[in-house]
Each structure stands twice: as structure tokens, then as C-alpha cells.
Design a protein around this ligand. Structure first.
Ligand SMILES: [Zn+2]
Length: 309
């Protein structure tokens, strides 16, 4: 269904004065998951009303913003626009401090999920990628007796993370030189959808893991996001370059050399979490073609059929 943005929300977003249309953007020509170059444009605006287009790869069903802001434009976006924009969208203050209560609950829930796999397994070191204020990494470090490192491009949030006793690195995991260091546990929590290169990051993570290490990663399930709003546009937001599904993240993980040992739907019904172990990469892994066809059919249905009452 085509939804309209409520006037009060529209006014709060306009008041920020963020000019998305004038930001430098790159037109992507190859799919980050499968390398195909046949795309289907799905939408023409995002949930904020910005003229952001989402495309899907016709071959594997990966959904992504295209064109997409450059890394420099995203750097400026995260430095002062992102949190105020999310606050304007929801009509309440959301910043590095206020998100901590929500993250504490999330951390406790996720730690219980992985406890049977981590406890008494000899893990000692952890890297949290895009760990924001460090609430999740701090909780994992305390629960499992780990030495934690957090890498995030947003320096303000790293200040909060240091309070949890975590080593902090300002930067991007794809670019940072870890000088041969390896980690027993890597966390990518509520982060993968924000990355600019999912395939490159997962490949890097595989190299950074110890041979018996574990990766914990979660996604916002794109299907859950559009089904709950009954709107594809409202599931698209400029803060997320990628819109993953269970099928596309599974293919990504297999290509990078990870096998899933546990998956879980979060209590919010929106996120899906995966605990993975390193295995041989399957470089040609793809979602099955029936699943891809069903995704396109479902998107067209949600775009055009009345919302179920
Ligand atoms: Zn593809």
C-alpha cells in the first residue's frame, strides 16, 4: 500500500533541514551478494519521505539502496544527522544515552541465546563491529569473562563504550589494520544493514576469527519490516543501505565461510539472529530461485493489495 507521512512527522523531519537530494551518491552496477547486474527498482522514496530508491537484484533477491550515498556522505550523516532524524521520525529523543535501556534488554536476551555455545568453550577475546555505545559488548564481556574490543565509526558513542571497560577503535573494520590479532567471538549487532559492503565485511570477519571462533550477527528481516507496516516504502530508510532476508543473509554467510549453528527470531518479531561457526566458503551460494520469485510476488502484493484488517 502507498502510505502518506503524517503531517507532524513531516514537519519534524523538515525542521532538521537535511538535504538528502544534494548528497553525493554512487550508482551501483553489480550486486554485492551475487555479482549480477540485473536489478529491479522497487521504490522511489523512503520512510522519511526522502527520494531514496531501493533496488532488488533479479537473480538473488538482495535489496539495497541504489543510488546510495558515498562513504563520505554517510560519514557526515552519522556525525549529527542520524540520531536527530530517527528522533524526529519517532517524535521522541533517541541518542547515545537513551538507546542504552533498549540495548540492555536486547543484550541480555541475546546473551542467553548464545550461552550454551560460549560458556566453558574457552573463548577469551571479542570484537564488536559497529557496537555503538558498547552496551551489548559490555554485557557479553561481563557474562562470559571476555576481553572486549569495539570498533565503530562514531566517536561520540565510543566515549560511552569506554565506560564499560572496552578497548575502543574509531574506524571501519574493512579498513582497520588489526596487525595479526584474532578474536574468539565477533559481534555484528544491529549493524549489518548499515554497512556499505556486506560481502567485504564478512570476508574480513572470517579472517579475524580464531579457527574455533564464533560470529553472532543479526538482521532486520526486510520481509518482516514491510509486512508489519504493509508498506515497502516504510521499510526503506536512508540509514540502511541493505535490506536482508533470511535467504540473502544465509547465502552471504555461506559465501564468506560460515555455517549457522543457531538462529532465532527476536521478541520484537523484526530482527533475526544467527550464531555461526567458520567452515569452508561456498562461493557460489545463492537463495533458491523459487524463494526469489516469491519475494518479488510478495512485494508487488504488499504494494497493491489492501492492508489485511
Ligand atoms: Zn544478486
Amino acid at each position: 500500500m502507498q502510505t502518506t507521512i503524517p503531517l507532524d512527522r513531516r514537519q519534524r523531519i523538515d525542521a532538521l533541514g537535511y538535504d538528502y537530494g544534494s548528497q553525493p551518491r554512487d550508482l551501483l552496477m553489480t550486486c554485492n551478494l551475487c555479482g549480477s547486474n540485473v536489478f529491479v527498482t522497487l521504490t522511489h522514496r523512503d520512510r522519511y519521505g526522502y527520494p531514496a530508491q531501493a533496488s532488488a537484484c533479479a537473480r538473488c533477491g538482495l535489496v539495497f539502496l541504489n543510488p546510495r550515498m558515498t562513504a563520505a556522505a554517510y560519514g557526515r550523516f552519522y556525525d549529527g544527522v542520524y540520531r536527530p532524524l530517527v528522533s524526529a521520525f519517532h517524535g521522541r529523543l533517541i541518542d547515545a544515552r537513551t538507546i542504552q535501556a533498549e540495548q540492555r534488554e536486547y543484550a541480555a536476551d541475546r546473551a542467553e541465546l548464545v550461552r550454551p555455545f560460549l560458556e566453558h568453550s574457552g573463548v577469551t577475546t571479542m570484537l564488536d563491529i559497529g557496537g555503538s555505545t558498547g552496551v551489548v559488548a559490555g554485557h557479553f564481556a561481563k557474562s562470559f569473562g571476555l576481553t572486549g574490543t569495539l570498533i565503530d565509526p562514531a566517536p561520540l558513542e565510543l566515549q560511552e563504550a569506554r565506560a564499560f571497560g572496552l578497548e575502543t577503535i574509531t574506524g571501519l573494520v574493512e579498513e582497520h589494520d588489526f596487525d595479526g590479532r584474532r578474536f574468539d567471538l565477533v559481534l555484528i549487532c544491529q549493524t549489518v544493514d548499515h554497512l556499505l559492503d556486506v560481502a567485504g565485511t564478512l570476508k574480513r570477519v572470517r579472517e579475524l576469527l580464531t579457527p574455533n571462533g564464533s560470529l553472532f550477527i543479526d538482521i532486520v528481516d526486510f520481509r518482516a519490516a514491510y509486512l508489519r507496516n504493509w508498506s515497502v516504502e516504510d521499510a526503506i530508510k536512508i540509514d540502511h543501505p541493505y535490506y536482508l532476508t533470511q535467504d540473502t543473509i544465509t547465502a552471504y554467510l555461506r559465501r564468506a565461510g560460515f555455517e549457522t549453528v543457531r538462529a532465532a527470531y527476536a521478541a520484537d518479531h523484526l530482527h533475526v539472529s544467527y550464531l555461526c561457526r567458520p567452515t569452508q566458503p561456498t562461493p557460489q551460494a545463492l537463495p533458491d530461485t523459487i524463494g526469489v520469485a516469491q519475494l518479488f510476488r510478495e512485494i508487488r502484493y504488499v504494494q497493491n493489495a489492501p492492508r489485511p484488517s
